[in-house]
Design a protein. Structure first.
Length: 118
């Protein structure tokens, strides 16, 4: 069974979640989304989660395409996630976190396929 599309969806989801964390870790974007100031502690947690999500997005790419092609795909998906988030943040800031929920579902689907032996 070829589930490489599921690997790509999970990687894109993790990349989106990572970029969302990095974006919301900035005071300007946090205020734009939540309408109150970002505390220093919350900012550090969001940035750490963001970097972690971006790095974890590499795992599905490596699992689906190997090292050479996986890294190239990972960089492309990071770019796609960042571009989509920038447009969404400019157009409808509250929808950014809704996009995060959809991204989390893609990651859970991929983990479910791994658990079932796919």
């Amino acid at each position: 069974m070829n589930i490489s599309w599921l690997h790509a969806a999970a990687s894109l989801g993790l990349a989106y979640l990572g970029m969302l964390g990095l974006c919301l870790g900035m005071a300007r974007h946090y205020r734009q989304r939540y309408h109150h100031p970002l505390t220093p502690g919350r900012g550090r947690v969001l940035r750490l989660a963001g970097w972690s999500g971006c790095l974890l997005a590499l795992a599905p790419c490596l699992a689906g395409w190997g090292a050479a092609q996986g890294v190239v795909l990972w960089i492309g998906l990071l770019s796609a996630a960042a571009t989509g988030l920038v447009f969404l943040l400019a157009w409808r800031p509250p929808w950014c976190t809704r996009g995060g929920a959809l991204a989390a579902l893609a990651v859970l689907a991929w983990l479910g396929s791994l658990a079932s032996g796919g």
